[in-house]
Design a protein around this ligand. Sequence first.
Ligand SMILES: CC(C)(COP(=O)(O)OP(=O)(O)OC[C@H]1O[C@@H](n2cnc3c(N)ncnc32)[C@H](O)[C@@H]1OP(=O)(O)O)[C@@H](O)C(=O)NCCC(=O)NCCS
Length: 158
Amino acid sequence: MIIRRLTVEDLPRLRQFWRENWGDEFVVAHGMIYRPDTLDGFIAFDGDEWVGEITHAFSGNDCEIVSLDSLREGQGIGTKLINAVVEEARKQNCRRVFLITTNDNLNALGFYQKRGFELVKIYRGAVNESRKIKQSIPLIGENNIPLRDEIELEMMLK
Ligand SMILES: CC(C)(COP(=O)(O)OP(=O)(O)OC[C@H]1O[C@@H](n2cnc3c(N)ncnc32)[C@H](O)[C@@H]1OP(=O)(O)O)[C@@H](O)C(=O)NCCC(=O)NCCS
């Protein structure tokens, strides 16, 4: 498996990937709309096949992970993608890496905490607001849990 930077040639595939996995070509978090062409990121490949993606955005001294997907779970792909972004954030002298996940995503909450991220805030009802912008967000999320809140996690770098 190799990991390389997201390039402009990857954008059509990334849009399709988001459509298939996240219901649309854009992601909404904390009231912001994120599109692939405004983001940096990394793609994990096995030969020609995509086996994972991560995207991130810099804002001031912060680096935000916007999306993370592994297509072969439990083989270290998610960890390698996170590490690639953290390394990049350190190079850019970021103060912290943060991300938003949702209250239903128990797997992601565990995954990130085991990799050094800490829970910092709950934005109650934020997903209900996002759903007004992105109607494809389901009412019931992972683990049959009502999908309602955003949870912010962060890793301090300094
Ligand atoms: C969260 C997610 C990205 C994790 O990706 P992943 O590729 O499964 O991550 P890893 O393989 O690095 O780690 C997963 C587990 O597999 C284990 N693992 C990694 N390599 C392994 C190997 N070679 N053999 C056995 N187990 C292994 C890890 O130890 C880890 O377990 P732990 O969390 O208890 O330590 C993935 O589950 C996913 O895409 N979920 C859906 C999308 C999503 O929720 N994204 C986040 C939204 S914010």
